[in-house]
Ligand binder design. Structure first.
Ligand SMILES: C[S@@+](CC[C@H](N)C(=O)[O-])C[C@H]1O[C@@H](n2cnc3c(N)ncnc32)[C@H](O)[C@@H]1O
Length: 223
């Protein structure tokens, strides 16, 4: 697998988000430190989704590597993550698990991989945070082979008017606290309108009286 770019350099270059529009800095030490605690309740969903990955796998926005323990029988694993604080934790987790994963500091808007390089892309709770999520989804389609599968789980915009409005109102403050996460983004709609055919999405868990309705599913890259 050829990587299109490599990202080393000084500390300030390290904290830029390679691949993001304007290569803006992604630098959230507190978010990285708290992520495992904040997201621990989502373990049962990871256990269901991640083992479905097969072949050559790319994970987008690996965070601290919370999905790593659930990969089974895959040929290879590549992951990207723009935030150096997340990446350091992900590397340590991969070492502890003796998981041979190739991690690259990059943003999903310009993935450092050739076209059609992967059989599966794993995208978990990340489209909400990516500044240009449409570009990211197009990039995921590009690096998947025709017939390749994106597995995703995302929190989405509520289909209930009141909850949607609460999401709209809270998003500016929430985004500041949570490393850029937009509560009100409809990530599944975004996947549907990108270069994917055959998108299967189903709500999971509580959908009413919550500002974190979750949807999981898969999307097949058209030929
Ligand atoms: C809520 S965390 C989820 C992490 C991981 N996917 C998981 O399931 O635990 C969102 C992640 O998206 C990453 N992120 C932010 N901007 C990104 C970008 N432009 N491309 C890829 N990932 C990005 C953040 O650094 C963070 O690690």
């Amino acid at each position: 697998m050829t990587q299109r770019r490599s990202y080393g350099g000084t500390r300030s270059a390290e904290n830029a988000c390679p691949g993001s529009p304007g290569e803006r800095a992604v630098d959230h030490p507190w978010h990285a430190a708290l992520l495992d605690v904040v997201m621990w309740t989502l373990k049962p969903l990871r256990e269901k989704i991640v083992p479905e990955a097969h072949g050559r796998v790319v994970e987008i926005g690996v965070g601290t590597g919370m999905n790593f323990p659930y990969y089974r029988d895959i040929e290879s694993l590549h992951g990207i993550e723009p935030d150096p604080h997340m990446l350091r934790r992900a590397r340590a987790r991969a070492d502890r698990l003796r998981l041979p994963v190739e991690l690259t500091q990059a943003g999903a808007e310009a993935l450092p991989y050739d076209d059609a390089s992967f059989d599966t892309a794993v995208v978990t709770w990340v489209l909400c945070t990516i500044p240009d999520a449409e570009a990211a989804v197009r990039e995921v389609a590009r690096v998947l082979r025709p017939g390749g599968r994106m597995l995703f789980v995302e929190h989405v915009r509520s289909r209930y008017t009141l909850a949607g409005r609460v999401q709209d109102a809270l998003t500016p403050a929430w985004s500041k606290l949570s490393g850029g996460c937009r509560l009100n983004r409809d990530s599944v709609d975004l996947i549907r309108s990108a270069a994917f055919g055959n998108v299967e999405a189903r709500p999971c868990g509580r959908q009413t009286w919550t500002i974190f309705p979750i949807c999981r599913g898969s999307a097949i890259r058209g030929g």
